[in-house]
Design a protein around this ligand. Structure first.
Ligand code: NAD
Ligand code: TYD
Length: 339
């Protein structure tokens, strides 16, 4: 069994590689990643020398290179994590999101058609459903909720989802799609809410909360997401969409306060800044389908997962300090100075 994992040098892809290599030592894992600002080879240090692992620096949009890799590796399964993933960056520069998230997905699926595979799995997001109102806690996203996107990021992911389903119907490509809620855990790039707040709090820097901080996200520990994808690959039905989430809705302001408390930092570090454009109010996943059909349930409670995550950032300062010492400084200045 050979699996190509695209975007495996990023946050969720790397955690997925660790999960799969531990659980299936006889599988061959090929990580295809172009190492954008979000990809870090140091993340994959622990598996780099393993015999059943190969890292290939490649852009999923590079058709010729992708076809060559498929010819060489003859993969059984493709799991597509590769994407531009940050909403704020998509507001500044939508173009690269369309290229990687839509065109890149199309190139991968064309390679799948040309060389034949058992499964193409698209890692999507709950953001394709748009947002839910705060005053209707009874409403959750199901797989039948209409696509209704807000940001260039979510629109590019939704376009890719539609393309994946079209390749299934038109060409009979054996696809599956998962739509997960917000992940947290080790190796998340420090531009995203939780690691950004941990890094800033540790440096006694301001904690920039967009608007009032009342927006709600549905948080899932990254390992639970990886286990769900593993289940979908092995037991999920071709042509289906599966929502993934653990019923853990929290307001941003409560997350940031919790991080302050855990690190013994004053909440006076919190600074309410100009809101994100088009900011989605609330995400909430109904995971009934994946539970009933595949028996998936989240295993890590938020109270435990956030402790593990904070401890990981404390124990692995070198990993994220190296990242934030480079180009990230310019990004941070542009995004947060004068906000
Ligand atoms: P990430 O930004 O941490 O990692 C993305 C990886 O993709 C990086 O290693 C990057 O180098 C690579 N990449 C980007 N463009 C590429 C290209 N053109 N060719 C090859 N590699 C490329 O993202 P993440 O948070 O790990 O998210 C992974 C996937 O999961 C994305 O598709 C995202 O939409 C989806 N998702 C993320 C979350 C979340 O909370 N982070 C939730 C649901 C779904
Ligand atoms: P983020 O981690 O960017 O994920 P997403 O937008 O994909 O859900 O942001 C999570 C929430 O935190 C979102 O409501 C925006 C908010 N946020 C802040 O308040 N301040 C910040 O500096 C960042 C990065 C996010």
């Amino acid at each position: 069994m050979t699996i190509i994992v695209t975007g495996g040098a990023g946050f969720i892809g790397s955690n997925f590689i660790f999960h799969m290599m531990k659980k299936y030592p006889d599988y061959r894992i090929v990580c295809l990643d172009s190492l954008t600002y979000a990809g870090n080879l140091s993340t994959l240090k622990s598996v780099m020398d393993k015999e059943n692992f190969r890292f290939v620096k490649m852009d999923i949009c590079d058709r010729e290179a992708v076809y060559k890799l498929f010819e060489e590796e003859k993969p059984n399964i493709i799991v597509n994590f590769a994407a531009e993933s940050h909403v704020d960056r998509s507001i500044e520069n939508p173009g690269i999101f369309l290229e990687t998230n839509i065109m890149g997905t199309a190139v991968l699926m064309d390679a799948c058609r040309k060389y034949g595979i058992d499964r193409f799995h698209q890692v999507s997001t709950d953001e394709v459903y748009g947002d839910l109102p705060l005053d209707r806690p009874d409403l959750l996203f199901t797989e039948n909720t209409p696509i209704h996107t807000s940001s260039p990021y979510s629109s590019s992911k939704a376009a890719a989802d539609l393309l994946v389903l079209a390749y299934h119907r038109t060409f009979g490509l054996p696809v599956s799609i998962s739509r997960c809620s917000n992940n947290y855990g080790p190796y998340q790039f420090p531009e995203k809410l939780i690691p950004l707040m941990i890094a800033n709090a540790l440096a006694d820097k301001e904690l920039p909360v967009y608007g009032e901080g009342l927006n709600v996200r549905d948080w899932l520990y990254v390992e639970d997401h990886c286990k769900a994808i593993d289940l979908i690959l092995h037991k999920g039905k071709v042509g289906e969409v599966y929502n993934i989430g653990g019923h853990n809705e929290m307001r941003n302001i409560d997350i940031v306060t919790l991080i302050c408390d855990a690190l013994n930092k004053p909440t006076s570090l919190i600074k309410h800044v100009t809101d994100r454009k088009g900011h989605d109010m609330r995400y909430a996943i109904d995971p009934t389908k994946i539970h009933n059909e595949l028996g998936w349930l989240p295993e890590t409670k938020f109270a435990d997962g956030i402790k593990l995550t904070i401890q990981w950032y404390l124990d692995n300062k070198e990993w994220w300090e190296t990242i934030i010492s480079g180009e990230y400084q310019n990004y941070y200045k542009e995004m947060y100075e004068n906000r």
